[in-house]
Design a protein around this ligand. Structure first.
Ligand SMILES: O=P(O)(O)O[C@H]1O[C@H](CO)[C@@H](O)[C@H]1O
Ligand SMILES: O=c1cc[nH]c(=O)[nH]1
Length: 236
């Protein structure tokens, strides 16, 4: 079986796929956390792997950056590979001084300046929300790891380099925990196809202070999020 963007066999993916934007973060997770793993797809170098974590079959695959790229993979995994749970494990920028570099935030909801959910939802405002079960199990896994996650709203931006700097003030006023580029699209695809989804992000940049992680830290450094999301998968 193949889609235009995934060259994996029909049964190549586990029910749960963890999805960083970066395919090399996916490779890193497979190599460092999964046993008996195999590369199952590599079209355009958007690498995907399936292996075992604490005895449970789990997959990890890159999504690319931004809702248009990621939605292709979310859609094909949901509709062609019968995947049940899509969990984004990404990076994000923080705005509030209450959210620090390295903090893990979970998107109970995701606002966006993208039109994709309006396109799906007859131009009305679709409330892009996480699946409650995945959220609950992820918060429980974080507690078990003594990882103080923050749960709330994300903002999925079309532009990484936005000219609208005053939008960050509006986001902060409305309690946005993290700015990233895929969660609202993920929640839209999941709702459209009746599957479960969640976005978990590690803060890699502070938009106010200018603090920023290196590319290598973004690829290989999010161990707290990797461990808690893999442990959460055991309960999905
Ligand atoms: O680190 P990932 O998961 O790619 O997530 C964030 O990083 C990318 C931008 O640098 C965007 O994809 C954004 O959502
Ligand atoms: O979209 C993103 C991702 C990481 N950091 C940001 O500031 N924005």
């Amino acid at each position: 079986m193949m889609t235009p963007h995934i060259n994996a066999a029909a049964d190549a993916f586990a029910d749960t796929v963890l999805m960083p934007g970066d395919p090399l973060r996916a490779k890193y997770i497979a190599e460092n956390y999964l046993e008996d793993f195999q590369e199952v797809t590599n079209v355009r170098n958007m690498l995907g792997f399936t292996g075992f974590y604490k005895g449970q079959r789990v997959s990890v695959m890159g999504s690319g950056m931004g809702i248009p790229s990621a939605s292709i993979y979310y859609h094909e995994l949901a509709t062609k590979y019968d995947v049940k749970n899509l969990v984004r494990i990404g990076s994000c920028g923080a705005i509030s001084s209450d959210v620090k570099l390295g903090d893990v935030v979970i998107g109970m909801g995701a606002c966006t300046d993208s039109k994709v959910n309006r396109t799906r939802f007859k131009d009305h405002d679709f409330a892009a929300i996480a699946d409650y079960h995945l959220l609950e199990q992820s918060v429980a896994a974080a507690r078990a790891h003594n990882l103080p996650v923050k749960v709330g709203n994300l903002f999925s931006a079309d532009l990484f380099y936005s000219p609208e700097s005053d939008l960050f003030d509006v986001m902060e006023k409305h309690g946005i925990l993290g700015v990233e580029m895929e969660a609202a699209g993920l929640y839209g695809v999941a709702a459209e196809n009746g599957i479960r989804s969640l976005a978990i992000c590690t803060v890699s940049d502070h938009i106010r202070s200018g603090e920023s992680m290196s590319p290598q830290e973004r690829q290989e450094g999010f161990h707290a999020m990797m461990r808690m999301s893999l442990d959460a998968c055991l309960k999905f």
